[in-house]
Design a protein around this ligand. Structure first.
Ligand code: FES
Length: 125
């Protein structure tokens, strides 16, 4: 699988996220959620509520690094309970999940990939 990633060492990084099965990876800055970090790094992450903990579409399975995560709050826990059980039980919402610092997180989330670059309109010359 191709390795596509974004990393800017020394810019307040608190952790690093690797996403399977795509193999993309990116840094997470302080106070950023996983989905915010992915968006900043130029990746598309499935969502329909754009980070409001309402759709559940951003849910990811935690494969490694759960010990580096801030525990789910009541809003996230309630949303997770409302989702159908399609994968392992160790799920979190990417829009609500933040890292405590210094850890590497590996998650499974199909559909995470580089955003398509918008085509520029042809110049009028
Ligand atoms: S983006 Fe909708 S619940 Fe996370």
């Amino acid at each position: 699988m191709a390795q596509i990633g974004a990393s800017t060492p020394g810019v307040g990084q608190v952790g690093h996220v690797r996403v399977e099965p795509s193999g993309v990876h990116f840094d997470v800055r302080p106070a950023e959620s996983v989905i915010q970090a992915a968006w900043r790094a130029g990746f598309q992450w499935p969502t329909t509520c754009w980070g409001q903990a309402e759709c559940g579409v951003c849910a990811m399975e935690i494969l490694e690094g759960a010990e580096f995560l801030v525990p789910a709050d009541k809003v996230e826990a309630a949303r997770l309970r409302s989702l159908p059980r399609r994968d392992g039980g160790n799920r979190r919402l990417a829009c609500q999940t933040r890292l405590t610092g210094g850890g590497n997180l590996t998650v499974r989330k199909p559909g995470v990939r580089l955003r398509a670059v918008e085509a520029s309109p042809p110049s009028a010359s």
